[in-house]
Structure formats: structure tokens, C-alpha cells
Design a protein around this ligand. Structure first.
Ligand code: TXE
Length: 506
């Protein structure tokens, strides 16, 4: 552990027990419930204990959220009053950016600079953005069926169950909370049991603002205990989930039992197509960022890199050389480019794909092991393999680590066929200076977002979400508004026309 980390540890304390936060109060760890160690991937040392919320505790949280929704002031406030509180949340996040970045880096292994410069900012921005969306939302009016005026208004849907993953807890879960409460809903958030620290602090900070109690509640615990109790609770109206595809399918089935709408943002195995007309240097930078950013743990990674055969040797050689020089290390060190992966079982799974690749006829190009320069911590060498074909498991399964898979192709039709031969469809990347090729790729890639000559860029106003097994639904200003509200049509006659008088004559 470097000096920066040690300084940070002295500056910011970590709660010994991470508990739930319900109705504006921290739940005491004195009750019953399982204790689960919270481990830092930097050292693999225990940094806290998570007190798992039991079914009863989840029930308590949901009932408080329900009570705050039905009887509290939140949904009745003017949009401007709610907006003012959302902006207070933005400010309190900004004021505590160092601490939040530290907790996220310590717990999730993400590099401190990246978390502070991107994830924490995004967390604050989410509250501002959705406050603005709510404040600008409008309804509809129809007058075509005379003499009626039919107006369509939107109302909050109720209590949201928000379940988040461990790869970017702050950035992703803040979006769920912000988009849920902006429209007048209340919520219960369940972060991943692997990374509870930053979000527990965010929820505490939210309660330093004027937000009414019970609007934002948090439960901590494992998926099959706390998460399942939350999704299946009868007082939950809507479920928003980001995580693995298998878990997403289970959650959708559970939510389906209660006919609850569900939004799922799941995995990907996205194609990154690099053509011979591309600016090679930019494509190389983009391919490296596309797979290794966020320690390689991101749903939108360009993890299948498809290179046109005529440039493949040169591009792959450069990619490998750069991969060998990437700085893997303590995420709190400002020079680090890739930190540790999040937890041990995940690291083992990522590494298992090296043999899987070889058994499928693939060739290991670089990496493939734990980074031996670190005595402790879950550090992996940036890894790349050349696959024999797109049928190889490393081309079909989401590995979710610093692990790139290369394939070559001869023409754009072949590249697009390979790109689409996947059960996922989250994003697609195309690097080309030839407009017809770009347009063809944009039209034919079966994915929710296409990035042209750029690595990942999220435009919050535009829909983000997946085709096929990458999910159900989209996140955006408009989509979140639709997801977290109910539509209501009210029809009013504009003149008092005569009604038939049934039963009025003798
Ligand atoms: O996540 P899980 P895992 C992918 C990635 C990764 C794989 C598995 O490929 O290797 O998923 O990761 C909660 N009811 N992504 O198993 O299980 C759980 O507690 C309710 C892609 O660690 O999906 C946590 O809060 N909740 C991804 C959340 O689901 C349940 C991000 C995510 O955990 C539950 C993460 C249940 N039955 C992993 N079971 C992305 N889209 O970015 C689990 N949970």
C-alpha cells in the first residue's frame, strides 16, 4: 500500500459496521443478521463488516418508503421545491468528493483520480440532471374527439427497488436514485454486498439536505437474501437492476410474479470494429480505453476487437506493446492506470478464461496472470488473446476484466456478421474514415448504442440500454421519466351536451 493510501486512511474513517439506513436513520448493528466481511481488493484485507438486512429489515425499509410515498410531503411538493433539494444533494456530494472517491477506490479498486474526476462528478450531475428533466416534463392534450379535451399527465409510480452492481457503484446507483426520486417516488436502494461503502455514505449525506425522511432508504446484503426480499416485496412498485445477465433473468421472473415493471441493464460482449481506413493511433487508444478502463469491469467494454486483416498485425503488435506498459497498481496512486479487480472469485473467473481460450484454439498474446509485482491485492496483467473464431467461449461470454479478445476479418459484411453473432447487444464500436462503412455499421449492428471513432461516451439525454440479453428498457431523460411514472388520461367535455336519460321516462 502506498503513502497516498495510508494518508487517506488516516484522513477518512470507515464505518466498522455497514448497516441499513431506513427512514432517515442508521440501523443499529445490534439486532440479528449475518455479518459479511467487506474486503478491499487493494490488499484483500477486511475493511468493514456488512450487517446483512434480513427479510424483516427489508420489510421495514419498504414500508417506510411506502409510508413516505403515501403520506409524506415528497410527491406533493412542487417540482421546484423537489429540484431545490436535488440540487442540495448535488452540492453535498461535491463537498464530500474526496471522501467518496476514497471509499469507492478502497472498496471497488477503481483508480482514485478516475473516480473523483468522473464517477463522483457524475453522481452529483445525476441529481441535477434528473431534477431538470422533472422540471421540464410536459403532458399531452387531445381535442380531436369533440367536444372532449383529454389531457395526459404523469404521476410518480410509487416505491422503487433499486439494485446495483459493484463495478461502478457511485455512478450507476446515483443515477437510479436520482431518476427514481426526481419524479416524486420513494425508493429502497440495495448496493452490491461487495461494495457497500460509498453508497452508504451517499445516503447519509443525502440526509444532510432537506429531503424528507423515508424518501431514500438503503438496505445492505447479499442478492439471494436482501435483494430477493426487496424485489418480491408486495409494496414495491417498480424494479431497476444493473448487473449480470443470469441475475437479471431471475429478478425479472421474480418481479413478473408481482407484475412489476422491471428495467434491466445487463452484460455485453461488444464488438469493436477497426477498419483499414481508421486513424490507427486513435483506434488503438480507443481500443485500449474501451477494454481496460474501469479495471476492465464495464458492461460497455469493447471486449471483442475485430480488426481488418490488412492492418491486424500492426495494430495488434502495438496493442500488445502498450498493454505490457500499462501501469497496474494501487488505485490511489495517481500514476496507476489499472487497479485491482473487485473480488477474489471474480479474479479467479477472469483468469480461468486464459485456459478456456487456449483450449478453444486461441493464442495468448500478452498477460494472462496475476501481476507478480504486487504481494497482495487482486492485480491482473492486462491480457489479450487471439481467438480462433467467434464461436470461442472468450468471444461469447462476458469476462468483465482487463481481458481483450481479438478476431480478424476481411470485409465489413463479415465484421458485422461477427459483431451480431452474439447473445448480447449493448454497444458497438466502429473505427472508420469511410462514411458509407460507418453508416452501414450504425444501421446493421444490433446494439443499443453505436460509438463511431470514439471510445465510451455516455450522453445522459439519449437512451442507453441493450438489445437481446443485454437488457430490457433504456436509461435516458425520456425513458427514465416513462419508467418511473404512470400515465393518466383525464377526459373532460368542453360543453354540456345532452346525455341520454336512461330510466328517466315512465
Ligand atoms: O453480479 P450480480 P455478479 C456481469 C459480469 C460479472 C457477472 C456476475 O459479467 O462477471 O455479471 O457478477 C444483486 N435478487 N456484471 O454475480 O449477481 C447483487 O447482490 C436480487 C455486469 O457479482 O448480477 C448485486 O447487488 N438481487 C454488470 C447485484 O444483484 C440480486 C455489472 C449484481 O450482482 C440477486 C456487474 C437476486 N436473486 C456484473 N442476486 C453490468 N451490467 O455492468 C444478486 N443480486
Amino acid at each position: 500500500m502506498n503513502a497516498v493510501t495510508q494518508d487517506m486512511m488516516k484522513k477518512f474513517s470507515v464505518n466498522q459496521h455497514v448497516t441499513s439506513f431506513i427512514d432517515g436513520n442508521s440501523v443499529s448493528p445490534s439486532g440479528s443478521g449475518e455479518d459479511i466481511p467487506v474486503i478491499s481488493p487493494i490488499t484483500e484485507g477486511q475493511i468493514s463488516l456488512l450487517r446483512e438486512a434480513s427479510i424483516d429489515e427489508v420489510d421495514h425499509a419498504v414500508r417506510n418508503a411506502r409510508d413516505a410515498f403515501e403520506n409524506g410531503p415528497w410527491r406533493h411538493m412542487s417540482v421546484d421545491e423537489r429540484k431545490a433539494i436535488m440540487l442540495q444533494i448535488r452540492d453535498v456530494i461535491a463537498a464530500n468528493a474526496d471522501e467518496l472517491a476514497y471509499l469507492e477506490s478502497l472498496n471497488a479498486g477503481l483508480t482514485l483520480n478516475y473516480v473523483k474526476g468522473f464517477h463522483v462528478k457524475r453522481a452529483g450531475w445525476n441529481f441535477e440532471f434528473f431534477a431538470e428533466v422533472a422540471s421540464q416534463a410536459s403532458g399531452e392534450a387531445y381535442t380531436q374527439t369533440q367536444p372532449y379535451l383529454s389531457v395526459v399527465t404523469r404521476e410518480p409510480i410509487g416505491v422503487g427497488a433499486l439494485i446495483g452492481p459493484w463495478n461502478a457503484p457511485l455512478a450507476l446507483c446515483s443515477m437510479k436514485v436520482a431518476s427514481c426520486i426526481a419524479f416524486g417516488n420513494t425508493c429502497v436502494l440495495k448496493p452490491s454486498e461487495f461494495t457497500p461503502l460509498s453508497l452508504r455514505r451517499v445516503v447519509e449525506l443525502i440526509h444532510e439536505t432537506d429531503i424528507p425522511k423515508g424518501v431514500v432508504n438503503l438496505v445492505n446484503g447479499r442478492g439471494h437474501v436482501t435483494g430477493d426480499a426487496l424485489v418480491s416485496h408486495p409494496e414495491v412498485d417498480v424494479v431497476s437492476f444493473t448487473g449480470g445477465t443470469k441475475t437479471g433473468a431471475m429478478i425479472a421472473a421474480r418481479a413478473g410474479e408481482g407484475l412489476k415493471p422491471v428495467g434491466l441493464e445487463l452484460g455485453g460482449k461488444s464488438a469493436n470494429i477497426i477498419t483499414a481506413t481508421a486513424d490507427m493511433d486513435r483506434a488503438l487508444d480507443g481500443a485500449i480505453l474501451g477494454i481496460y478502463s474501469n479495471n476492465g469491469q464495464q458492461c460497455l467494454a469493447g471486449s471483442r476487437i475485430l480488426v481488418e486483416r490488412s492492418i491486424a498485425d500492426e495494430l495488434i503488435e502495438k496493442f500488445v506493446a502498450r498493454s505490457k506498459k500499462i501501469k497496474v497498481g494501487d488505485p490511489m496512486d495517481g500514476a496507476t492506470e489499472i487497479g485491482p479487480v473487485c473480488y477474489r472469485a471474480h479474479m479467479d473467473r477472469v483468469l480461468s478464461f486464459v485456459d478456456i481460450a487456449k483450449n478453444d484454439g486461441g493464442e495468448l498474446l500478452t498477460g494472462g496472470s496475476r501481476d507478480s509485482r504486487h504481494e497482495t491485492g487482486l492485480y491482473l496483467e492486462p491480457t489479450a488473446v487471439m481467438a480462433k473464431s467467434n464461436d470461442a467461449q472468450v468471444c461469447q461470454e462476458e469476462i468483465f476484466g482487463p481481458f481483450a479478445t481479438f478476431l480478424t476479418y476481411d470485409d465489413i459484411d463479415e465484421a458485422l456478421a461477427i459483431a451480431n453473432a452474439s447473445e448480447f447487444g449493448l454497444v458497438g464500436y466502429i473505427w472508420s474514415d469511410h462514411l458509407p462503412t460507418v453508416m452501414k455499421a450504425s444501421q446493421e449492428m444490433r446494439a443499443g448504442t453505436i460509438w463511431v471513432n470514439t471510445p465510451m461516451t455516455r450522453e445522459l439525454r439519449a437512451p442507453f440500454g441493450g438489445y437481446k440479453k443485454s437488457g430490457i428498457g433504456r436509461d435516458s431523460a425520456k425513458d427514465c421519466l416513462q419508467f418511473f411514472t404512470e400515465e393518466k388520461t383525464t377526459t373532460i367535455p368542453m360543453s354540456t351536451f345532452p346525455l341520454a336519460k336512461w330510466g328517466a321516462s315512465d
